[in-house]
Structure formats: C-alpha cells, structure tokens
Design a protein around this ligand. Structure first.
Ligand code: HEC
Length: 128
C-alpha cells in the first residue's frame, strides 16, 4: 500500500498542473478581450497599423518593460520583423496586476520564453 509520503507529491503535481491550465485559460481570455481586437487572435497584427506579436522582444529580452507597455501604452517608431511602425497603442488601466500576470504568462507561453520570472508590481515601478 502506498503511504501519503508517496502520494502527496503526485497529488500536488496534479493541482499544480490544473492551476497552470486554469491560468492559461484566464490569460487567453484577457488576451482575446484586450489585445486581440488590434493584434489579432493569433497575434498576426494588421498591415502597418498594428504590429505582430510573434517574436516580440517585449516577451523575451525586454520582458520587464511589458507591464509598462500594457498599462501605459506605446508610441513612436518601433521595428518589428523588419517593418517599421510609428503608431500609438493606448494604455490599459482596467487590467489588474493579477490580470496582467496571467496575461503575460500566456504571452510568454505562446510567443516568448517561459523561464523568465514576472514581477508585475515591481516592474510597474520602473515605468517612466
Ligand atoms: C487599440 C489597439 C491596440 C490594443 C487594444 C493593444 N495594442 Fe499593442 N500595439 C498597438 C499599436 C498601434 C502598437 C505599435 C505602437 C508603435 O508604433 O509605437 C502596439 C505595440 C505593441 C507591442 C510592441 C510591438 C511588438 O510587436 O513587439 C506589444 C508587445 C503590444 N503592443 C502588446 C499588446 C498587448 C499585450 C495588448 C493587450 C493588453 C495590446 N498590445 C493591446 C495597438 C494596440
């Protein structure tokens, strides 16, 4: 017979996996509601108006700037995939830090690196 000491970690794993799945669904819902209207359901972007999100440096090397971009928006010239964009992304102050956390987790999983840790509250303090 298996003792609890053997079972417990397995049960914990199941909970962790379920929690990750719940967060992924929540993150996708935030994306669809708040980002997809411009960037597209699959992050494909739109012409020279909305940049695509795949391979965005904000999901990898500049990940710590992402909470600022989401909350305060982005303007000015940027180059994405060899195409120059000079548009304005409005900020979104309706998203809570928790919304942002699950959203960023979703973006990392889909287009970035999952290894990097996200500390939304701390990073928001660095916004200009
Ligand atoms: C109203 C349209 C609109 C919405 C909604 C929007 N964006 Fe943007 N986004 C833009 C525009 C326009 C730019 C380009 C800004 C520029 O030219 O400087 C941009 C740029 C970006 C960039 C940098 C470009 C790149 O591909 O690396 C990221 C990352 C980004 N948006 C993420 C998001 C996320 C995440 C959301 C949802 C919380 C979101 N955006 C919602 C319009 C939007």
């Amino acid at each position: 017979m298996l003792g609890w000491s053997v079972l417990a970690p397995a049960v914990a794993d199941v909970y962790a996996a379920e929690e990750a799945a719940v967060e992924a669904v929540a993150g996708q819902a935030v994306y669809i509601a708040h980002c997809a209207p411009c960037h597209g359901d699959n992050g494909e972007g739109f012409r020279r108006v909305y940049p695509p999100l795949a391979d965005s440096r904000f999901f990898t090397t500049d990940l710590n700037r992402l909470p600022c971009v989401i909350r305060y928006g982005l303007r000015g010239e940027i180059e994405v995939g060899g195409v120059v964009f000079d548009q304005q992304m409005p900020g979104n102050s309706r998203l809570t830090n928790e919304d942002m956390l699950v959203l960023i987790g979703y973006l990392q999983q889909r287009w970035g690196e999952v290894e990097q840790l996200v500390d939304v509250e701390e990073w928001l303090r660095t916004c200009r």
